[in-house]
Design a protein around this ligand. Structure first.
Ligand SMILES: [Fe+2]
Ligand SMILES: [Fe+2]
Length: 187
């Protein structure tokens, strides 16, 4: 992929993440209000705050790339987030925990991929922050997986694939050569 192609891919992925964080924050706001356990309320509210922090960081990255949010994705995120926030009050205890865990596992991959695009287009300054966000999403996934496994039914249903150990996020990134370098070597 060319430098410009990687930058465009990075922008599109960050726009997706930016709106996704909004949907997640709305959903978690409904989620922590819907649970009665004090510790669960506290942890999910904390996760909501972390998603909003991610959104702020991703928004700054988009600005630094002379880009901004995708308006259509923002509208969709608002609707989906609000819907999920309400659903948490109606869908029982297990379904929101399961849905959150599944979503978080894809968020890890999203930030890992964004870090690769950032490297490919020469924006090394964004890499550490993107990998840190992947690690935070890893913790979110771990939390929701642990909740699902607390439930008798949750232990009997098949879960989404378990992410690799947290430390492998940076190890895998360091082990993967930049696509530009690979291309330069074969030329
Ligand atoms: Fe996030
Ligand atoms: Fe998350």
């Amino acid at each position: 992929m060319t430098n410009n192609g990687s930058e465009q891919s990075l922008i599109r992925l960050l726009q997706l993440a930016y709106s996704g964080e909004l949907a997640a924050a709305f959903a978690y706001r409904g989620h922590w209000h819907s649970v009665s356990d004090v510790e669960e309320r506290k942890r999910i509210a904390e996760i909501e705050a972390e998603e909003l922090h991610h959104r702020k960081l991703v928004g700054e990255m988009l600005s630094s790339l002379n880009a901004g949010p995708d308006r259509n994705r923002e509208v969709r995120a608002w609707i989906i987030g609000r819907f999920l926030g309400v659903f948490c009050h109606l869908g029982g205890w297990l379904a929101p925990m399961y849905g959150a865990g599944r979503l978080e596992s894809s968020n890890i991959l999203e930030y890992e991929t964004a870090a690769e695009y950032a490297r490919d287009c020469g924006r090394e300054d964004l890499i550490d922050c993107l990998l840190t966000m992947a690690e935070v999403e890893w913790e979110h996934e771990k939390y929701f997986r642990s909740r699902v496994l607390m439930h008798p039914l949750g232990r009997r249903i098949s879960l989404w694939p378990q992410p690799r150990p947290k430390e492998t996020i940076r190890e895998a990134f360091a082990a993967e050569p930049a696509r530009d370098l690979v291309l330069a070597e074969v030329r």
